[in-house]
Ligand binder design. Structure first.
Ligand code: PXP
Length: 236
């Protein structure tokens, strides 16, 4: 089971003062030293945190797997095929949103998505899609050539009825495996709510950012990542 640490919010802090520090590249190395299996960044259209410079340096420097979250656009596909992160997760993006709102609706954008996916795969980039826990979306993801899905756990992480949500997630995770897709999960996951997710055997990867960076403010990034690594790796 793998943890990819999303380091966007190190760059958010840097951009709050338009400074050159804290540097997300340094954060990535700290996360790797703490046992992270990969680093995730979201290159947004407005470049509000991560920038091309970060993406290129991360590709050159990190020793683990670089996951680029990006919108399914021609601009982003061109950047990804030139920098070649190990994998790309396609996400929806709305201008001005505080964070990603919901999964990508690939039933709506399927023909475009299919082209972007095949282009990325031709450049040796693994491609996944960030989806709400919905079986129709999963089937479509497989049909258009995605290699993995990341289940949007935002609703799960906010719900008072966490058991209902986990049943939904487990059902979708099983359906995805039947379609031959690898299953990841992400959004809103923290040190507590990860417990039920860890009972879903089909989920083999987690993408976690905010909770880790927030904890790092108090205990340091290496410690914050290491605590999450222990929870994830100790679970099975
Ligand atoms: N996965 C996706 C697709 C996301 O957009 C985000 C937020 O950037 C995350 C995972 C990480 O979410 P969080 O920062 O809440 O851990």
């Amino acid at each position: 089971m793998e943890l990819s640490v999303n380091i966007d919010h190190i760059a958010t802090l840097r951009e709050a003062r338009k400074e050159v520090f804290p540097d997300p590249i340094y954060g990535a190395v700290e996360a790797e030293l703490a046992g992270a299996d990969g680093i995730t960044v979201h290159l947004r259209g407005d470049r509000r945190h991560i920038k091309e410079r970060d993406l290129q340096l991360l590709k050159d420097i990190i020793k683990t797997e670089l996951n680029l979250e990006m919108a399914a656009t021609t601009e982003m596909t061109n950047i990804a095929t030139s920098i070649k992160p190990h994998r790309v997760t396609l996400v929806p993006e709305a201008p001005g949103e505080i964070t990603t709102q919901g999964g990508l609706n690939i039933l709506q954008i399927k023909e475009d998505a299919k082209l972007f996916i095949s282009n990325l795969k031709n450049h040796d980039v693994r491609v996944g899609v960030f989806l709400d826990p919905d079986i129709e979306q999963v089937k479509e993801a497989a049909r258009i050539g995605a290699q993995y899905i990341e289940i949007n756990t935002n609703e799960y992480s906010r719900s008072k009825y966490i058991k209902n949500e986990i049943i939904k997630i487990a059902r979708v995770a099983k359906a995805a495996r039947r379609e031959g897709l690898t299953v990841h999960a992400g959004h809103g996951i923290d040190y507590k709510n990860i417990a039920y997710l860890l009972t879903v055997n089909e989920i083999t990867g987690y993408s976690i950012g905010f909770a880790i960076i927030a904890r790092a403010v108090f205990v340091g990034l290496r410690q914050a990542v290491s605590e999450m690594v222990t929870l994830i790796k100790g679970a099975r």
